[in-house]
Design a protein around this ligand. Structure first.
Ligand SMILES: Cc1cc2nc3c(=O)[nH]c(=O)nc-3n(C[C@H](O)[C@H](O)[C@H](O)COP(=O)(O)OP(=O)(O)OC[C@H]3O[C@@H](n4cnc5c(N)ncnc54)[C@H](O)[C@@H]3O)c2cc1C
Length: 449
């Protein structure tokens, strides 16, 4: 079968270079944030882009959908994006939606310890010099200045060190600072999570309050991060295909030659055509065994509670961390309260276990948000993403594949590729930027990634 049906691409006449770009096709496989980012950057720079997505929708692990049990639209999981996530901001600007995410007024993270009832707010000051750890009211109670200063040790951590190896946190420093941070950023507890990756995030965002404001998606992740990119791709003439599952890749002579899709469809690649594979590690290893991407995964469980009367939670912070609780974070999203449990491998999947867990999580929510006693949610459900991120241990971080492959016309993207960042929205979007840059760079010009 010939290549996909080609929709005419609006050429900007008169520009030879641009015309040349328009004739070469770039096939991006996977319309998660990495693939969307690659496609957007390539289409915006004049490439003729075909985005092939196996599912019936874009967004991958970061999406919104109507949930029939809850009777409303939800995000598959809570996603914390920070104001210093510069690739995400560039992506949104390119998608024509620079204001799709709403920054909080300050870098403030409220917490409650359910064992003691204590409440506090970690407040990261604005500016290049981080003086907030020196102010007791800005750090968690019980965490000494010395313990906070020991955090700097992660900046010197070797590639084989976990956060616990590097910092050796104890007592309140462990339970009130490192555990919440490590679970939120790395989706692993400190004794398993790579210190190097945690340090990368600290350097990019956590060091300055201006870079560390939580960014909220008032209409949901899909409307903020996915829909504008799809609309922009369409306006740039890119072709987006859903239900297009890549099954195999033919290659010879150091180049990818053809893409084989489910249903027997075959897309021949011309001499100038290029490919970005932006699919998760397990699929990637099936299609390109040389990638040897880390396949072990950490899960994230989200519990969603719909309120009959959203005004009962009108005083709730948009985000609160919980300590000494099963719940780790609560996001208040109008009529829905969404709870996160990271590294949730231990949670089984039976209905009775879920019912028990939901009862406990709801009780914690009532306490944390000071909701009226006896209040019950109108509807509730658990969404357990078993493969939320790859397992970001030092060993598996070292196994992340680089963007460049042995095939001259094929590069990789995705949160599990070697971005230097944790497997996050920012990491996925950055990987798409890198892939687009490599695709746009003529072969043999000293590329590195
Ligand atoms: C519950 C949950 C909570 C999270 N919380 C946060 C958070 O707070 N902050 C944060 O920054 N990050 C968070 N993350 C991580 C973040 O969502 C991911 O890092 C990011 O979405 C990964 O994007 P990706 O494009 O690399 O991969 P994916 O989103 O997995 O996209 C890959 C796409 O490829 C498609 N595909 C797969 N195989 C094929 C094939 N053979 N052919 C065609 N298409 C294929 C898939 O359908 C998918 O759409 C969370 C993730 C989850 C699941």
């Amino acid at each position: 079968m010939a290549g996909p049906r080609l929709r005419p691409v609006r050429a900007r006449a008169g520009k030879d270079k641009r015309h040349q770009l328009m004739t070469a096709r770039v096939h991006v496989i996977g319309a998660g944030l990495a693939g969307l980012s690659a496609a957007l950057h390539l289409a915006a720079s004049g490439h003729r882009v075909f985005l092939h997505e196996g599912a019936r929708h874009a967004g991958g692990r970061c999406r919104s959908y109507h949930d029939s049990r809850l009777g409303c639209r939800i995000d598959n999981g809570n996603h914390l994006v920070l104001s210093g996530n510069r690739s995400t901001l560039r992506y949104l600007a390119l998608a024509g939606a620079p204001d799709a995410l709403e920054p909080a007024r300050e870098a403030a993270f409220p917490f409650i310890d359910l064992a003691t009832g204590e409440r506090w707010t970690v407040r990261i000051n604005d500016g290049p010099i981080a003086w907030w750890p020196f102010v007791p009211s800005r750090r968690p109670p019980g965490v000494s200045l010395a313990a906070m200063l020991r955090a700097l040790a992660i900046l010197r951590a070797g590639p084989g060190a976990t956060i616990a190896d590097a910092v050796n946190p104890r007592g309140a420093a462990l339970t009130r600072f490192w555990e919440p941070m490590s679970l939120a950023v790395m989706n692993l507890p400190p004794h398993l999570a790579s210190a190097r990756l945690m340090a990368a995030t600290a350097l990019e965002a956590w060091r300055d309050g201006r870079l560390c404001r939580p960014m909220f998606a008032p209409q949901g992740l899909g409307p903020a991060l996915v829909d504008p990119a799809l609309a922009r791709l369409q306006s740039l003439g890119a072709e987006v295909r859903f239900g297009a599952v890549l099954k195999a890749l033919e290659h010879s002579g150091g180049r990818a030659r053809a893409l084989l899709f489910a249903g027997g469809e075959r897309v021949e690649l011309g001499p100038d055509d290029k490919v970005v594979l932006a699919i998760p590690p397990q699929r990637l290893n099936d299609i390109l065994p040389e990638a040897q991407a880390p396949e072990e995964a950490s899960s994230i469980l989200n519990a969603h509670f719909r309120l009959a009367d959203p005004s009962v939670a009108r005083h709730a912070p948009r985000l609160i961390g919980l300590v000494n609780a099963r719940t780790q974070w609560i996001f208040a999203k109008g009529e829905v309260l969404s709870l996160t449990i990271s590294a949730a491998e231990h949670v089984e999947g039976t209905d009775s276990e879920h019912a028990e867990l939901l009862a406990r999580l709801w009780a914690e929510t009532v306490r944390a948000l000071a909701l009226p006693q006896g209040l019950q949610p109108a509807a509730q459900r658990i969404v357990h993403e078993r493969r939320a991120t790859f397992r970001q241990t030092p060993e598996d971080v070292l196994r992340r594949p680089r963007a460049l492959t042995s095939l001259a016309n094929l590069v990789l993207a995705g949160d599990a590729t070697d971005t230097g960042l944790p497997a996050t929205i920012e990491g996925a979007i950055r990987s798409g930027e890198t892939a687009a840059r490599l695709i746009a760079t003529p072969a043999g010009s000293g590329r590195s990634a």
